[in-house]
Design a protein around this ligand. Structure first.
Ligand code: 5AD
Ligand code: SF4
Length: 450
C-alpha cells in the first residue's frame, strides 16, 4: 500500500482539512504514516496566520527535501494557507517541490498527483478503493471536528485569513448533520463545529431557508435526543467573534444540554484605540458587557481568548488595558501572540514599531498573570464533583487516564479496566495545577449529582 505523510500546522481547521486529505487519498489506496522516510507522498498543510508559523512550514519543507535526495521517487506537495497565496512562487524557487495547492482544492489531490504516479509504478494499482467515506477517521478518538464555515469576511487589519481562505461560505445544515451522523455511528461522542467565525454561520437549507448558528445548535440538541445523533454527548464550537456573538447564542449555553459550557472569544487587545486600528468593530466595554450577559445565563462557563501583543502603535498604557481585561474577566486560558506583519493585510502598511524585546516582555507579563489566574480558577475545582468525558490513556503516565470537563479542563485519574474513550463519568477533583486537574472516579449515577 502507498503511504502518505502529512505535516499539519496551525488551527483545528487545518487539522480537519488534513483529515479530509487523508480521506480523499485513502480512496486512492493511500494509508497514513507518521514516518516521512517511508512515505511515497509527503504533504505539508501550512499555516500563514503568523510569520513564525509560515517559517516553520518552510523549514520543514527544507527538511523533507533532503529525503528526496536519497529517494527521488518521493512526491512532495505544499498546501494550506501559505500554499494558497505563495504556491506559484514556491514552485519556481524549489525544484524539488512537485506541486502546490491551496485551502479549497485539496479534494483534487488525486488529480494533482496523477502526473507523478509513474514514480511509484510498483506500489500502486493493486489497492485502489472505490468507496469514499465521508468523515474518515484515522484514529479512535471520541472527539471529531466538522467545518461548518470556511473563510472570513471580517478583514481584521492584521489577518491574512480572508486572503488565504477566501470569502466566508457556510455549509448546508443537512450536510453538516449527515456528516455528524456518520461520525456518531462510528463512535464519536463529542463534536466541535469549526469555522474562522462560526457565529456568522448562515447556512441555506434544502428548502432555501437560512439557518443561523443558534438554530443549528438546536437541531443538534434535538437530533441527539433519540434522533439521528443519538449517542452524541457533547457539542462545542469555535472560533467566535465578539461582534457576532449574540444573546441567542449566550442563552443556548443555559438551554441546550448537549452544548458544553465553554467559549473561546478572542478580544485581541484591551485598548479601544488599538481595537479600532485592528478593525475589530467593537469596544472593550461592549465585549465585557457581552460576557456579563453570558455569565447571567451560564454562571460557570469557562472562557478562553486570543491576544495579540505589540500591534503597531500599541503603547505601554494600551497594553496595561489588556492586562486589566485579563484580571477582570479571569479567563480559564489565554493564547497570546507577538504581532507579525502579514502579506496582503492593511496593517502591513503600518510601522511595526514595538520592538521585539518589548513584545517578549509583554508576552512574559501576560503569561505570568494568566498563569496565576488559571491556577486560582483550576484550584477552585478541588473538592468538586465534575462530569468528565474520557479521552484515553495519559501519554506520559501509564497508570493514568485523561478526561475533560464540560469546561474543557483536562483531568488525570487512575486507570480502570472498564474505561473506554468517550465514556462519561463523574470524578472528584483532588488537586490542580494551572493546566490540569487530578481526580478520582466517583461511583455516582449521573442524576444524583446536579
Ligand atoms: N500577528 C500575530 N498574531 C496574529 N493572529 C492573527 N493574525 C496575527 C498576526 N498578524 C492571532 C490572533 C488570532 C489567532 C488565531 O492568531 O490572535 O485570533
Ligand atoms: Fe482573521 Fe478577523 Fe476573520 Fe478572525 S475574524 S479570521 S482575525 S479576519
Amino acid at each position: 500500500m502507498k503511504k502518505v505523510f502529512i505535516q499539519t500546522y496551525g488551527c483545528q481547521m487545518n487539522e480537519y482539512d488534513s483529515q479530509q486529505m487523508l480521506q480523499v487519498l485513502s480512496a486512492k489506496g493511500f494509508e497514513k504514516t507518521t514516518r516521512p522516510e517511508e512515505a511515497q507522498l509527503l504533504l505539508i498543510n501550512s499555516c500563514a496566520v503568523r510569520e513564525k508559523s509560515e517559517v516553520k512550514a518552510l523549514s520543514f519543507l527544507g527538511r523533507i527535501a533532503k529525503l528526496k535526495k536519497t529517494d527521488p521517487s518521493k512526491v512532495i506537495g505544499f498546501g494550506g494557507c501559505v500554499g494558497q497565496t505563495e504556491g506559484p512562487k514556491l514552485l519556481k524557487r524549489h525544484s524539488f517541490l512537485d506541486f502546490a495547492f491551496g485551502t479549497n482544492n485539496y479534494r483534487e489531490l488525486p488529480q494533482m498527483i496523477e502526473d507523478f504516479e509513474h514514480r511509484w509504478a510498483d506500489t500502486s494499482a493493486d489497492d485502489e478503493r472505490d468507496t469514499l467515506l465521508p468523515s474518515f477517521r484515522p484514529d479512535s478518538k471520541s472527539q471529531a471536528f466538522i467545518t461548518i464555515t470556511n473563510g472570513c469576511d471580517k478583514f481584521c487589519s492584521y489577518c491574512i485569513v480572508p486572503f488565504t481562505r477566501g470569502r466566508e461560505l457556510s455549509r448546508m445544515p443537512e450536510e453538516i448533520v449527515a456528516e455528524a451522523e456518520i461520525l456518531v455511528q462510528r463512535g464519536v461522542s463529542e463534536i466541535m463545529l469549526l469555522g474562522q467565525n462560526v457565529n456568522s454561520y448562515w447556512g441555506k437549507n434544502q428548502s432555501g431557508r437560512y439557518t443561523k448558528l443558534h438554530e443549528l445548535l438546536h437541531i443538534f440538541q434535538k437530533e441527539s435526543e433519540g434522533g439521528k445523533l443519538s449517542g452524541l454527548k457533547r457539542l462545542r464550537y469555535t472560533t467566535s467573534h465578539p461582534r457576532d456573538f449574540d444573546e441567542d447564542l449566550a442563552r443556548d449555553f443555559r438551554d441546550l444540554e448537549i452544548l458544553c459550557e465553554y467559549l473561546h472569544l478572542p478580544f485581541q487587545a484591551g485598548s479601544d484605540a488599538v481595537l479600532k486600528r485592528m478593525r475589530r468593530f467593537y469596544r472593550i466595554d461592549s465585549y465585557l458587557r457581552k460576557l456579563e450577559k453570558l455569565r447571567e445565563y451560564s454562571p460557570d462557563i469557562a472562557l478562553s481568548t486570543d491576544i495579540i501583543v505589540g500591534f503597531p502603535g500599541e503603547t505601554r498604557e494600551d497594553f496595561q488595558k489588556t492586562l486589566d481585561v485579563l484580571r477582570q474577566v479571569e479567563f480559564d486560558n489565554a493564547y497570546y501572540f507577538k504581532y507579525s506583519a502579514r502579506p496582503y493585510t492593511r496593517s502591513e502598511q503600518m510601522e511595526d514599531d514595538v520592538s521585539p524585546e518589548e513584545k517578549t516582555e509583554r508576552i512574559q507579563a501576560l503569561k505570568e498573570l494568566q498563569r496565576s489566574i488559571s491556577r486560582k480558577k483550576y484550584r477552585e475545582d478541588i473538592g468538586r464533583k465534575v462530569e468528565i468525558m474520557l479521552e484515553g490513556p495519559s501519554r506520559t503516565k501509564s497508570h493514568l487516564w485523561t478526561g475533560r470537563t464540560r469546561g474543557n479542563r483536562l483531568v488525570h485519574l487512575p486507570k480502570e479496566d472498564t474505561f473506554a474513550n468517550g465514556d462519561i463519568l463523574w470524578a472528584e477533583i483532588l488537586d490542580a495545577t494551572h493546566c490540569w486537574l487530578d481526580g478520582r472516579r466517583l461511583d455516582l449515577p449521573r442524576a444524583i449529582v446536579a
